[in-house]
Design a protein around this ligand. Structure first.
Ligand code: MG
Length: 158
């Protein structure tokens, strides 16, 4: 059967941090704060694939109290989340995600993000959707305090 899952994540901007989205380092004056590289897009996708499998969230598998994963690339978190599914013979069918940010411009980096995510998820790039929108100046995203991401994933399982 096919099941689907949803993921949502948000990280606040911080000084002196690289900005990593979808596994790609994007030139910007601020990065995102977090225990890992704070890749909000990867985190939303990881929760979506885990949710589609009926598994617990990434906070369970990758707790921010675990010093062994401090600064970890979130592409590695995605690979490990995929392995959780693989060990149960669950296959990812597709992933679709939306980044919500006032800045920076995401579109120049979309292809590189897709390539990185495709490798981490072992999926063809055309099974991965990434969109970006602003929050029209409203709320914490609108004030430029952080970046949010939404994702859905479908998987095939017995
Ligand atoms: Mg997160």
């Amino acid at each position: 059967m096919t099941t689907s899952g949803i993921g949502y994540d948000v990280h606040r901007f911080a000084e002196n941090r690289p900005l990593v989205l979808g596994g790609v380092e994007i030139p910007h004056d601020r990065g995102l704060d977090g225990h890992s590289d704070a890749d909000v897009l990867c985190h939303a996708i990881a929760d979506a694939i885990l949710g589609a499998a009926g598994e617990r969230d990434i906070g369970h598998f990758f707790p921010n109290t675990d010093e062994s994963i401090r600064g970890i690339s979130s592409l590695e978190i995605l690979r490990r989340a995929r392995e959780v599914l693989t060990t149960r013979a669950i296959r990812i069918l597709n992933v679709d995600a939306t980044l919500i940010a006032e800045e920076p411009k995401i579109s120049p980096h979309l292809d590189a993000m897709k390539t990185a995510l495709a490798e981490a998820l072992a999926l063809p790039a055309d099974r991965i959707g990434i969109k970006a929108t602003t929050n029209e100046g409203m709320g914490f995203v609108g004030r430029g305090e952080g970046i949010a991401a939404l994702a859905v994933a479908s998987v095939e399982r017995s």
